[in-house]
Design a binder for this molecule. Structure first.
Ligand code: HEC
Length: 155
């Protein structure tokens, strides 16, 4: 009976740990994970670039671009929770991700969802042809980058 209990408690520890974060099982896996999460953020950047230029008036107002890029940023935001679920802290990797991410996953994920919300609002503003508010809506997306980077990006 004692033996059974100890197995049960070990299982429950393992199980609860996997809810918080799953540790990368090898350096190879951790490296691949870093590559994938950076790829998501590079795509976010590539879609944010034209929006930033539009907000600054460097390129003309274009509601199609706002809708397309807003939708892409929204979708990429939803991927972040999964791609940041793997805890890679154990390995020496080229990454700017703060160790705090895996101590505060709920907070991190909610900041990713803030980006999704701001990107969804931008699509609405673009769809409505609301030229008075598009700069502000783009700025709100940009603010969600900064909010997360200030807390969870180390460079
Ligand atoms: C919820 C948090 C979060 C949000 C929101 C976020 N980022 Fe990041 N970003 C990170 C973290 C963490 C890293 C570091 C990843 C790493 O090095 O492993 C990063 C890295 C990057 C990188 C560098 C990727 C590389 O190849 O090293 C770029 C570019 C970037 N983010 C752009 C953006 C832009 C643009 C936005 C907003 C439109 C944004 N991010 C929103 C957390 C976030």
């Amino acid at each position: 009976m004692k033996k059974f209990l100890s197995i049960a408690s070990i299982l429950s520890i393992l199980f609860s740990a996997s809810i918080v974060a799953k540790e990368a099982s090898s350096e190879k896996q951790a490296k691949a994970n870093v590559q994938f999460r950076k790829a998501i953020l590079q795509l976010v950047r590539s879609n944010m670039g034209p929006l930033g230029a539009m907000a600054k008036g460097q390129i003309p107002y274009d509601s199609e671009v706002m809708m397309t890029n807003g939708l892409r940023i929204e979708q990429l935001s939803y991927m972040m929770e999964d791609y940041f679920a793997t805890d890679t802290r154990k390995f020496e990797l080229k990454t700017d991700a703060s160790d705090d991410i895996w101590e505060n996953q709920d907070d991190f994920n909610s900041l990713a969802l803030d980006m999704a919300d701001a990107a969804a609002k931008l699509q609405k503003v673009a769809e409505a042809g609301d030229e008075a508010n598009y700069r502000k809506a783009i700025g709100s997306v940009g603010a969600t980058c900064k909010a997360c980077h200030d807390k969870y990006k180390t460079d």
